[in-house]
Design a protein. Structure first.
Length: 714
């Protein structure tokens, strides 16, 4: 079972890791050991010296692999794969060194050997680590161009090494071994060049303990092999040779570079220009360099290369053309992307302008709605007449919703008919006229309790509204509901199909709701006012109504020069009637009096309950004689009435009446009422059930009537 292991916390992405204590200890310890082994091998020859030399190679390889592993463990997420590949390469190098040590101990020092596989193979993952970091941030064409550049650079390196040192390897009589030896400088120098190209593509700036150390280590290792081959032309380098020290130094440099590797550090402006120049001119440089080397080697006679110039030139030109075509294609794609971006920008700008226009229209619409609803609310708050409320609602609807015609229908008091309250456009119907025999519930908007919309009246699947049938165009049926009552319905009609949108429905519903609520409130206020001015027992007006009414009547009579009479009435012995027959009988007596008095009064006369068993009558055009005549009719009607006080039992009651008129007492309400009240009390003192005129206490009602008849006859 695999044991879980702790994953170290990575450093922030893009930051360069510090040269920590662990890496420093490994590097310093390795340098000290290598210095010791260098001292032990300096100037010595023999088997013991070989072992010490192998020891400093091994220490350098071990330190490099350990530093690369520590760098990998501390990698930020974006560089973990690249650092892992570099660590793998240096680990392979360490395995190759261990294999070489075993070969030395066993006396197997021939070429090729197992160690060569690991030594040469170690360059592949190291270089691939750079390429992996570069591939992740390049397009397909850029990756192909990098591959071609790498082939060009590797070909140039191979050409130079083979042209210069092939005779050395081949003269040894071992072609395979000589080829293996030539691969070492090709692999490390070429690998360093390819890794450098990847760094240039990444635009990674120089970092001494990072990229420079790693690339420098690869290059030094390859250079050491070049020196070794140069010395091997005459004789193999002895133990303790300076070239042997270079291998350890190069290996340790690669380890330090792997530990500090950072593929995200940006370069300077000068480095950017240098990297761009290399990208552009590399094919030409490679071609010129390759041809120059071939010509130089050919003239020196180092190796027979007939036909190489043509082949090399052809291959180089072909690769350069392919690379340039890729770059041109990439530029075309970039241009296409820029064109697409410009088109997108134009489209976005057009959409932004359209959105701005739409926003301006929306803001204008919003300001209009605010203004209309503000004015509507003001009118609905102050107006009390339904005609004014309907007119305000219609004006708001015609400003907010575009329609050709329409109407407002109100439900009557019995809720069984719809009556035209307003109509405009081509809509038929006169104000006050009932819409046929149609009950409000037949209207589809009222039935639904929400807006009913007909987008195309000609569509047979569209159900027309019976309250406002249309044969074509669009229709909105908006119910007017408030306080649990059906106030009415609003119809809006347009000749075009789909003329009303959701916003139209919303605004029409809002106006209808506010107007309906205002009408319901106005009706409620009128009902409450009526209840406040009406006596609930007799259904007559009360004193709160009569006093201001009498003031208005007196002012009108005085303005027109007409007389006005007032009659104060009190039911005789009403307390005794209540005590004897009970309060229900007393209440019924009050109702009987009201019916009897109303039966003999003219339509122009006004009767009110003034309080308790007291009543008052305003007699229009009533001089003294006319007012006395009205009072006498009331007295006789009351005298002839009876009240059922029990099963089969009836009781009678009478009334005393006092009369005053403006012809005797003027047009001041308080004086007129007080005069009639004094006359009433005189009638009570004189025996009740009689009419007494104010200002004539000794004349009875009958005498007054007789005197009036005499005057008219004379």
């Amino acid at each position: 079972m695999t044991q879980p292991h702790a994953v170290p916390r990575p450093a922030p992405a893009g930051s360069e890791l510090p040269f920590g204590q662990a890496g420093g200890a490994v590097a310093i310890g390795s340098v000290l050991l290598m210095a010791t082994f260098f001292t032990l091998t300096a100037g010595k020859v023999g088997g013991q010296a070989v072992l010490w030399e192998n020891a400093h190679w091994t220490v350098a390889a071990l330190a490099a692999a350990l530093l690369a592993y520590l760098g990998y463990r501390r990698s930020p997420p974006g560089e973990r794969a690249a650092r892992g590949l570099v660590a793998l390469g240096l680990g392979m190098y360490l395995i190759g060194q261990v294999a070489w040590n075993l070969q030395v101990v066993l006396g197997i020092v021939t070429v090729p050997a197992v160690s060569d596989v690991f030594f040469l193979g170690s360059a592949v993952p190291i270089v691939w680590g750079f390429l992996h970091g570069a591939r992740a941030r390049m397009s397909a064409a850029e990756r192909t161009a990098l591959a071609i550049d790498s082939v060009l650079l590797l070909s140039l390196t191979t050409l130079i090494i083979v042209a210069v040192y092939a005779p050395t390897a081949l003269l040894a009589g071992e072609p395979l071994g000589g080829a293996i030896l030539l691969l070492y400088p090709i692999a490390y120098i070429g690998g360093a060049g390819i890794a450098a190209l990847a760094g240039l593509r990444l635009r990674v700036g120089p970092a001494w303990l990072g990229i420079n150390a790693l690339l420098g280590g690869l290059a030094i290792d390859g250079l050491a092999w070049v020196i070794w081959l140069q010395q091997a032309v005459t004789e193999l380098p002895p133990v303790g040779s300076g070239v042997n020290y270079l291998f350890s130094i190069a290996t340790l440099a690669m380890g330090v570079g792997a530990y500090r590797l950072c593929l995200k550090k940006p370069g300077t402006a000068g480095f950017e220009r240098f990297a761009s120049a290399v990208e552009v001119y590399l094919p030409g440089i490679a071609a010129v360099g390759a041809l120059a080397v071939i010509i130089a080697v050919h003239r020196a006679g180092l190796v027979q290369i007939e036909g190489w110039i043509e082949v090399g030139a052809g291959v180089t030109v072909a690769l350069s053309l392919v690379r340039q075509s890729l770059l041109l294609g990439e530029r075309r794609r970039v241009a296409a992307r820029e064109h697409a971006l410009r088109n997108s920008e134009h489209a976005a700008r057009a959409r932004a302008e359209e959105a701005l226009v739409a926003q301006q229209v929306s803001e204008k619409r919003y300001r209009q709605m605010v203004e209309v609803f503000g004015r509507l609310s003001e009118q609905l708050s102050f107006a009390a007449e339904e005609e004014v409320l309907i007119r305000s609602g219609v004006a708001a609807l015609r400003r907010l919703v575009a329609s050709d015609s329409g109407d407002v229908l109100l439900a009557n008091a019995s809720q069984d008919r719809l009556v035209v309250a307003s109509a405009w456009g081509a809509t038929p119907g006169d104000v006050g006229e009932a819409v046929g025999e149609l009950a409000p519930v037949r209207c589809l908007g009222i039935r639904r309790g929400s807006v009913y919309s007909v987008s195309d009246a000609a569509d047979e699947l569209m159900l027309p509204c019976p309250a406002h049938p249309v044969e074509r165009g669009s229709l909105l049926c908006v119910p007017m509901l408030a306080l649990g009552q059906t106030i009415g319905v609003v119809h809006l009609e347009a000749a075009a199909r789909d003329a009303f949108n959701v916003d139209d429905e919303r605004q029409a519903a809002r106006v209808a709701e506010q107007v309906a609520l205002a009408i319901a409130n106005a009706r409620l206020i009128k009902t409450m006012e009526s209840m406040a001015l009406t006596d609930p027992l007799t259904r007559l007006h009360n004193a709160r109504f009569f006093d201001p009414f009498l003031d208005r009547e007196l002012a009108s009579a005085q303005r027109d020069g007409r007389p006005l009479g007032v009659i104060m009435i009190d039911l005789d012995h009403f307390k005794a009637f209540n005590d004897e027959n009970g309060h229900p009988a007393g209440d019924e007596a009050l109702r009987v009096f009201a019916r009897a008095a109303l039966a003999v009064l003219r339509d122009s006369d006004t009767l009110a309950r003034y309080g308790g068993e007291e009543f008052v009558v305003a007699v229009r055009d009533g001089d003294v004689e006319a007012t006395v005549a009205v009072a006498e009719r009331i007295r006789l009607a009351v005298e002839g009435s009876s009240v059922e006080v029990g099963l089969g039992r009836y009781a009678r009651f009478t009334a005393s009446l006092g009369v005053a008129s403006t012809t005797l007492h003027g047009y001041e309400r308080s004086i007129l009422v007080k005069s009639a009240d004094r006359a009433l009390y005189r009638a009570k003192r004189q025996g009740r059930n009689r009419v007494v005129t104010a200002g004539s206490p000794r004349i009875s009602a009958r005498a007054s009537l007789k005197a009036a008849e005499v005057r008219r006859a004379g």
